[in-house]
Design a protein around this ligand. Structure first.
Ligand SMILES: Cc1cc2nc3c(=O)[nH]c(=O)nc-3n(C[C@H](O)[C@H](O)[C@H](O)COP(=O)(O)OP(=O)(O)OC[C@H]3O[C@@H](n4cnc5c(N)ncnc54)[C@H](O)[C@@H]3O)c2cc1C
Length: 386
């Protein structure tokens, strides 16, 4: 019998892990089209590489728990020489009176699903983290397990090597068009040739909206620029968790200093096609004053380099779009993760591979993330987006 041909557009962490998962399940021949094997502008390479179980939607908690298990056992999957430096440092997410009730509701759901998260009142917070100002806080939550940070670059390289070892092929080039007949995509255009496919996966990250548009599909995923700042401060980073302030500013230890950032104002957050220039004004005008109010030691800091990458932002509801298109049934989306795509990549990749190999999700039910909700105008908003 002819082996089915699966073409994946985009060889970032989603594309590489999907290719590896497909081969592991024996789903068919897999070709990954990647326009830039240096990954200079890929979100995966530019991410803050952190993982948390504290989400508002149950499917995202489940994906994070799956992701954490994967990160802890990655050497067993990909080989003993793979070290992604997973530091289970936890996320400390601060809350005020305004959000406390909603946060506690989410906490009950997260714990019910197996996440290990502790609630701290302001007195306990001040005792545990004396470097933090508890002004204006009503509560905080701290992940005790399955949360922290790692090296996304090493993970990406290991996933790519594992996919190749498992038999996937990588094509260097840009997917510039598709052929489709009736309800099926039949080929992907790359390097002036036509690559036939039985299945096509759109894993093009921040460009996935543009890739979908080549088929006339309005996928509400757009590139949005996010800047990460490096800095040093007279504060020991050891034992410090990833911190999310009520202002939206975040920071965590990295090397012998820290990294941090904040979302730009909604009114100043355009589509960022091709713009990778760090937003230095954001540091001076918003990030530094806000984070120093919460962590007073940061009033004296030494600024290092900054970099900018693109979120693949799902403008519809800040949730991933995963699974088949309602009309082009062999076109599978795996995108739109709005800032949490590295941590969810292992579970999403496994799910997409199961959907193609078995016609159903087996490990995690990813149907809440289906494109159908976009078509039906039924958003499932994710509240915990930073
Ligand atoms: C500053 C920042 C911080 C982040 N922090 C975190 C975090 O802490 N934790 C977390 O989980 N996530 C984080 N994210 C989000 C995360 O990086 C993404 O969700 C994730 O990397 C998406 O993976 P991907 O493979 O879909 O995209 P990418 O890594 O961007 O890969 C997509 C690939 O598709 C290729 N491509 C695009 N179009 C085409 C085409 N037409 N033809 C061929 N190839 C094409 C691109 O070259 C690219 O390599 C962050 C993102 C940014 C920008």
């Amino acid at each position: 019998m002819r082996e089915q041909q699966i073409v994946i557009v985009g060889g970032g962490i989603i594309g590489c892990l999907t290719a590896w998962s497909l081969r592991k399940l024996g789903a068919g021949a897999v070709a990954v089209i990647e326009r830039d094997p240096t990954y200079r502008f890929a979100s995966t390479a530019l991410s803050a590489a952190s993982i948390r179980t504290q989400f508002g939607c149950p499917v995202n908690v489940e994906l994070s728990l799956y992701g954490a298990r994967f990160l802890k056992t990655v050497a067993a999957e990909f080989g003993d020489d793979v070290d992604i430096g997973f530091n289970e440092g936890g996320y400390l997410i601060l809350g005020d009176e305004r959000t406390a009730a909603l946060r506690r509701e989410a906490l009950a759901m997260q714990r019910g699903m197996g996440a290990e998260i502790e609630e701290l009142d302001p007195a306990a917070l001040a005792g545990a983290f004396p470097w933090l100002s508890a002004d204006g806080l009503a509560m905080a939550t701290l992940g005790k397990r399955d949360e922290g940070w790692f090296d996304a670059w090493s993970l990406l390289q290991a996933a790519r090597r594992a996919a190749i070892r498992a038999g996937a092929s990588f094509v260097t080039g840009t997917a510039t068009g598709f052929s489709a007949t009736g309800s099926r995509v039949t080929a992907v255009e790359v390097n002036g040739a036509s690559l036939p496919c039985d299945w096509c996966v759109n894993a093009a990250g921040p460009s996935s909206g543009a890739v979908a548009a080549l088929l006339g599909i309005d996928l509400p995923v757009r590139p949005r620029k996010r800047t990460v700042f490096q800095f040093k401060a007279p504060l020991p980073g050891a034992g410090m968790p990833m911190l999310f302030d009520i202002s939206g500013a975040w920071m965590r230890p990295e090397g012998d200093g820290f990294i941090g950032g904040i979302q730009p104002d909604e009114t100043n957050d355009p589509d960022a096609d091709g713009d990778f220039e760090p937003d230095h004004a954001l540091f001076e005008e918003r990030f530094w004053p806000l984070i120093a109010a919460r962590v007073p030691a940061l009033e004296q800091l030494r600024v290092g380099r900054a970099w900018a990458g693109h979120y693949e932002m799902c403008l519809f509801d800040h949730n991933g779009v995963v699974g088949p298109h309602p009309e082009l049934a062999n076109l599978i989306f795996a995108t739109g993760f709005s800032g949490h795509g590295v941590m969810h990549a292992p579970g999403v990749a496994r799910g997409v591979a199961e959907r193609i190999a078995f016609g159903e999700y087996r490990s995690i039910d990813l149907s809440p993330l289906a494109f159908d909700r976009v078509a039906a105008n039924a958003p499932m908003p994710e509240s915990a987006i930073y």
